[in-house]
Ligand binder design. Structure first.
Ligand SMILES: *Cc1c(COP(=O)(O)O)cnc(C)c1O
Length: 360
């Protein structure tokens, strides 16, 4: 029997997480939240693609809560030995309440059925839909919820709503959501309001200071992006690096990649980089991005393939030369998003979890 050789870290692209930028963003956000307002770091979807294992230990001492999308993600937080409170945004499910209790997770109830489900063993936050049009109870259901919870002698440990457009400053839709939210709060028993009250996502925190209440839930801003896509005082935390695997002379008139979507207008060098749409580079970015290698920007050319992208250079770049796909010297998630018709969130979460991530 022979021993199988599985090379470690053989992957030819890697993610670097800047500890310094993460710290910087935490500081900016703490300042914006202000004294006495608690901060929930939203770490769903592998910490917005940054890597749960790297991000969580770095920030658990700097925030009050973690917000996750699912019970599984909540259990993952606990498996890392982290003890700060965790709110699971997903609607609570019957039969899983004992898991919430076992792992000390806080549940979210956002429908009559879910309110009927909760019990005294599991703290829960009540979610209201003030215009997000996703999960949550309507204002009209308040009397019914009060009567159900009174009968069960239960008090929610938090009250929450979620904005759909707080990324846009001065939006009348968001102001209306806030108005509805304040009206809902007015109708709820005082004993319920002793717990946490929260509404603001990153956009709320940045553009609507009146939406902070007793806690804010920042996601994208923590990772260095303003939700409106503007450059801001925040600093992107993630850089994506790879290397040249092949560099060959390329003559004027030769075509690159599937469908021959790019033709060389002069002689030069074709650079091949081992990252493609299987790694999370949207195919829509074909021919649209610039990379950084050996001190200069190089144009990505031809269609993005599953495992490779190509670039064109006036000078040869030897195999092994580092290439920054995405980072301070090339482009960032906002630029990629703009050019591929999506948002920074989707670019970041789309970076494949198989890619090695390291703190720098
Ligand atoms: C994802 C999410 C957030 C964070 O939103 P950002 O725009 O990334 O700050 C906050 N609250 C809930 C309920 C979410 O699902």
């Amino acid at each position: 029997m022979h021993t199988q050789f599985i090379p470690k870290n053989s992957s030819t692209s890697r993610i670097e997480i800047s500890r310094e930028n993460l710290r910087h963003n935490l500081k900016v956000l703490a300042h914006k939240a202000g004294y006495g307002v608690r901060r929930m770091a939203v770490v769903k979807a592998n910490a917005y693609g940054h890597g749960t294992e790297l991000i969580l230990p770095e920030i658990s001492g700097e925030c009050d809560w973690f917000g996750v999308a699912s019970l599984e993600e909540g259990i993952e937080v606990r498996s890392m030995g982290i003890e700060i409170p965790v709110l699971v945004f997903a609607p609570v499910k019957a039969g899983l309440l004992d898991k919430y209790r076992e792992f000390s997770l806080t549940a979210t109830a956002g429908s009559i059925e879910e309110v009927q489900m909760v019990n005294s063993g599991t703290p829960f936050h009540l979610e209201f839909d003030t215009g997000m049009g996703r999960l949550g109870l309507y204002e009209e259901q308040i009397p019914e919820i009060i009567s159900i919870l009174d009968q069960k002698n239960l008090i929610p440990s938090g009250l929450m709503t979620h904005f759909s457009m707080a990324d846009q400053p001065d939006s009348s839709y968001t102001k209306n959501q806030l108005k509805t939210w304040n009206r809902i709060l007015d109708q709820l028993p005082d004993s319920w309001k002793k717990g946490l009250i929260h509404a603001a996502n990153s956009g709320g925190l940045i553009h609507y200071p009146e939406s902070r209440f007793s806690m804010v839930r920042h996601g994208i801003a923590l990772y260095g992006y303003s939700p409106d896509g503007d450059e801001s005082e925040l600093k992107p935390v993630l850089s994506w690096k790879s290397e040249v695997v092949s560099c060959k002379f390329f003559r004027k008139g030769m075509r690159v990649s599937y469908e021959g979507a790019w033709t060389a207008e002069k002689d030069g060098w074709l650079i091949v980089i081992p990252a493609g749409y299987a790694d999370g580079i949207p195919r829509q970015l074909s021919n649209k991005i610039e990379l950084f290698a050996d001190g200069r920007r190089i144009k990505q050319v031809g269609n993005v393939t599953m495992d490779y992208i190509m670039a064109f250079s006036d000078v040869p770049l030897v195999a092994g030369t580092e290439v920054e796909l995405f980072g301070p010297n090339s482009m960032n998630a906002n630029h990629w998003a703009e050019k591929s018709g999506t948002i920074s969130y989707a670019i970041l979460c789309g970076i494949h979890p198989k890619i090695e991530r390291e703190l720098v």
